[in-house]
Design a protein around this ligand. Structure first.
Ligand code: SF4
Length: 123
């Protein structure tokens, strides 16, 4: 995992350099080499590793979501995104925060708002 984070740091620095060069007009997109791998693939690999002992939110359940364990959120290996947006209503230090609602979070929010109780198994 340390090696993945090291590569991630290097990739972010390189990406910043490329963006700066593009913004300053020193290079254009056609000058750039087609990369053999992408930062998105690296982020995906890291995210999957984090799901083996999940610390993807402040609950830090340490559940192995890749192999069927469910933590507080009850979201497994895959999730169905209900909505995502820049959340401007948090503390100033973390605004804007990128917020993702999965289907289960949306159901729980709907329960709280409506007073309804959607039946879920294993919750
Ligand atoms: S609540 Fe869900 S996302 Fe957060 S740490 Fe637990 S399993 Fe991971």
């Amino acid at each position: 995992m340390d090696e993945l984070w090291r590569l991630h740091g290097e990739a972010l620095e390189k990406e910043s350099e490329v963006e700066r060069s593009l913004d300053e007009g020193k290079v254009c997109y056609s000058d750039l080499e087609v990369p053999k791998s992408s930062l998105l693939h690296l982020k995906s690999t890291i995210a999957h590793k984090l799901m083996e002992s999940c610390v993807l939110c402040e609950r830090r359940c340490m559940k192995d979501r890749l192999h069927g364990e469910l933590g507080y959120c009850r979201v497994g290996k895959e999730m169905y995104v209900s909505s995502y947006f820049d959340h401007m209503g948090e503390e100033p230090e973390i605004v804007p925060s990128f917020t993702v609602y999965d289907q289960k979070s949306a159901e729980l929010a709907w329960d709280a708002i409506s007073g309804a109780s959607t039946a879920r198994t294993g919750a």
